[in-house]
Design a protein around this ligand. Structure first.
Ligand SMILES: [Zn+2]
Ligand SMILES: [Zn+2]
Length: 163
């Protein structure tokens, strides 16, 4: 009778020992990528009862799945934080695709269409939305020169008439 009890107890102890070692191996595979480290953890887990406790103290805090999803979350956050799309050529601030000027350094980025007010690239010769030719920049120098020339001609003419 006593012998049977001892055998049953010994069986329980052994089953529990194997079960713990098996759990250590399963848990290590979920948390550790390197095969050698998994093997090492399993060997530690095979030390009866003390091994699994030691493993619990030193095992990685998160499983590989958790680490993966955390990395994916971080990458998504970084992608969100990084300025996408156009930036100001002068100060690198993020600007909208249709901004007329940089709101940070007031650099002129685009010009408004004279007809439909769409914002146009400075190099465009014609508005792509309403097909209005972009008015050439007012040539102030040219206008002034022509005016001065006209005045000179006029005063010369007046002088000639006076003579
Ligand atoms: Zn700027
Ligand atoms: Zn237009």
């Amino acid at each position: 009778m006593i012998k049977t009890v001892i055998i049953a107890l010994a069986g329980l102890v052994i089953v529990f020992w194997i079960g713990l070692a098996y759990w250590v191996n399963k848990d290590a595979r979920r948390r550790i990528r390197r095969r050698f480290s998994v093997l090492l953890a399993t060997v530690v887990g095979l030390v009866p009862y003390v091994g699994p406790l030691v493993y619990l103290l030193f095992r990685p805090a998160e499983t590989r799945d958790e680490a993966r999803s955390r990395d994916a979350e971080l990458a998504a956050l970084e992608a969100q934080a990084a300025p996408r799309g156009p930036t100001c050529p002068e100060c690198n601030a993020a600007v909208g695709a249709d901004y007329l000027l940089c709101p940070v350094c007031t650099t002129r980025l685009r010009v408004p269409c004279a007809h439909c007010d769409a914002s146009l690239e400075p190099l465009w010769q014609m508005c792509p939305y309403c097909a209005t030719p972009v008015a050439a920049e007012l040539d102030l120098d040219g206008v002034l020169t022509r005016e001065a020339h006209a005045v000179t001609t006029l005063s010369l003419a007046t002088e000639t008439a006076d003579l």
